[in-house]
Design a protein around this ligand. Structure first.
Ligand code: CP
Length: 307
């Protein structure tokens, strides 16, 4: 049966570990795997702007022996002109996999239900699971393990990054804390799914409104933009409500002395994080950005092996 990667808990803990192990191998020997030799084509569709995702998928597909076909929503029949299900049936006859950055998670689910090739979520309003594979790879590189570590996400708890941290962190057996105003709490259904996963992996899930309490003794501190794509009209309101969750040196000082700082980028220095933190010695953001390439290549290799 075709496997898709639409949300972080589509992988078991063992599967997530296998993909991260493979990512380490491909980082050490970048051209070792050529499952797309032919070359086969992978469709990479963008309904939203991107730098890291676009580059890392294009480069990664080429590294794997394939050809990336980058499609923007404006130049395709998606976006209300043709259904995801019909698009999927057209694409599956010609491409090896479909990677899609879009708005609604439901669109990805419709795309996946309509096709026999793997569909990968390259960011939706609800989840950013490819980013989490890169984040977990980065944390593992710097700490040697994932299970048992405490990771605190601060800011918009309803954002795709916060919700992916809940699911992916729980899958990895981490203790995941999300600190946000009540108004920006994660979806109940996501919290429930994360708690179910954590009960199997030894991880845990805790939600906070107090940023200082949430970050105390954390191994990893994470934030993301307060104004996710599609929320630009709410910027003034968000900046005013989320001010207490800014990651500055004082807040970072409450975490463990060697705590890592991660941010998926792009960043608004002075808003969700100060320059002294994101550009400081605890920040691993450049490793994190590079690891998009290695983690996504491993994911594609693994998904193609399941076919
Ligand atoms: N982190 C991330 O997804 O970056 P892009 O929006 O540039 O792809």
């Amino acid at each position: 049966m075709t496997r898709h990667f639409l949300r972080d808990d589509d992988l078991t803990q063992a599967e997530q570990t296998s993909i991260l192990d493979l990512a380490v191998q491909l980082k050490a020997d970048r051209f070792a795997a050529k499952p797309l030799a032919g070359p086969q084509t992978v469709a990479v569709i963008f309904d939203k702007s991107s730098t890291r995702t676009r580059v890392s998928f294009a480069v990664g597909i080429a590294d794997l022996g394939g050809v990336p076909l980058i499609i923007s929503i404006e130049s395709s029949q998606l976006g209300g002109k043709e259904t995801p299900a019909d698009t999927a049936r057209v694409l599956e006859r010609q491409v090896a996999a479909i990677v899609w950055r879009t708005f609604a998670q439901a669109g990805l689910e419709e795309m996946a239900a309509g096709t026999t090739v793997p569909v990968v979520n390259a960011l939706s309003d609800d989840f950013h699971p490819c980013q989490l594979l890169a984040d977990l790879l980065t944390i593992r590189e710097h700490r040697g393990t994932l299970a048992g570590l405490t990771v605190t996400f601060l800011g918009d708890g309803a954002s795709n990054m916060a919700q992916s941290y809940l699911l992916a962190g729980a899958t990895a057996g981490m203790h995941v804390r999300v600190a946000s105003p009540a108004h920006y709490a994660p979806m109940d259904s996501v919290v429930q799914s994360a708690r179910e996963v954590a009960s199997r992996t030894g991880g845990s899930i805790r939600l906070y409104t107090d940023a200082q309490e949430a970050v105390a003794d954390a191994d990893v501190v994470v934030t993301d933009t307060w104004v996710s794509m599609g929320k630009e009209i709410e910027k003034a309101e968000r900046v005013s409500i989320l001010g207490n969750y800014r990651v500055d040196a004082r807040l970072m000082g409450l975490a463990k002395a060697d705590a890592l700082f991660l941010h998926c980028l792009p960043a608004d220095r002075g808003f969700e994080v100060t320059a002294e933190v994101i550009d400081g010695p605890q920040s691993v953001i450049w490793d994190e950005a590079e690891n998009r390439l290695h983690a996504q290549k491993a994911l594609l290799v693994w998904l193609l092996q399941q076919q």
